[in-house]
Write a protein that binds this ligand. Structure first.
Ligand code: GTP
Ligand code: MG
Ligand code: ZN
Ligand code: ZN
Length: 244
């Protein structure tokens, strides 16, 4: 009986590995699209309601005169978030995943063919609110950013190490609430992040009313500058890897 269970488990692992390998192939293809057009693609992840869309709205207001921006929105249901982004005059494609609690490379590929990639500088992909599986699915993005809102607890990097380890930046969001919370210690959150063995930077943002997102805008500018020079045209390779 026990042996049978283990065999079943092994089969499940094989299926998962095949799924991830197929995903990774399409992710490579997506990245070729982004690179061909010189678009920096950023995957925003967090638990539900940590403030991803609010941060994007404030970012668009701050940067729309300097950069051409588009957004891919992932949610189980509704196009509320895409509508919020479009209200700021920026193209947004909503992906509704139904029951899937993460975006995958195939879903993003379908969406990106509906976007004017050629005219863009920055593409944000807002993942489904979830701190677990989004970390396992490469979408073809160049950078991963995870938001940790100060109402969630400063132990989250310790509890969800995979997503925080995969992050190039951690944003402590809703920092305007720090004054009224007596149980979130940013130093403890930073220590939990450091304990994962990466040098991941952590910055604070407040995106409501008077937005305070300066360090986030600085990080974006720095990443755009660092990334642009290494882009190479990839037109000749597109489609060769996976035939799409
Ligand atoms: N006080 C405060 N509230 C915020 C801030 N950012 C977002 N909120 C509020 O938090 C709630 C969720 O914000 P969203 O931007 O929708 O969060 P989200 O991560 O996009 O949510 P999902 O897409 O559903 O996962 C809303 O009521 C926002 O007004 C912030 O910086 N400070
Ligand atoms: Mg959202
Ligand atoms: Zn999932
Ligand atoms: Zn394609």
């Amino acid at each position: 009986m026990h042996g049978d269970q283990r065999a079943g488990h092994g089969a499940v692992i094989d299926v998962l590995q095949d799924l991830l390998a197929a995903n990774d192939q399409v992710a490579v293809h997506n990245r070729e699209h982004f690179d061909e057009h010189g678009v920096l693609a950023i995957n925003l992840m967090s638990s539900p309601g940590a403030g991803k869309t609010a941060l994007l709205e404030a970012t668009i207001v701050a940067l729309r005169d300097r950069y051409r921006i588009a957004v891919i929105e992932g949610d189980l249901e509704t196009d509320n978030d895409a509508a919020r982004i479009r209200a700021h005059g920026v193209p947004a494609i909503q992906i509704t995943t139904g029951t899937a609690c993460h975006l995958d490379a195939h879903l993003v590929h379908r969406a990106l063919h509906d976007l004017p990639l050629a005219g863009l500088d920055l593409l944000f992909i807002e993942n489904v609110g979830n701190l677990v599986c989004p970390a396992s699915f490469d979408l073809g993005q160049h950078r991963n950013v995870t938001l940790l809102s100060v109402t969630e607890g400063d132990d989250k990097p310790a509890k969800y190490p995979v997503i925080f380890r995969a992050s190039d930046l951690v944003v402590l969001s809703k920092a305007d609430l720090l004054d009224v919370l007596d149980d979130f210690d940013p130093a403890r959150a930073a220590a939990a992040l450091r304990a994962l063995g990466r040098d991941t930077p952590m910055i604070r943002t407040a995106a409501r009313r008077t937005a305070a997102i300066g360090p986030w805008l600085d990080w974006l500018e720095q990443e755009l500058a660092a990334w642009r020079p290494v882009v190479r045209p990839a037109r000749s390779r597109i489609g060769a890897a996976v035939g799409v």
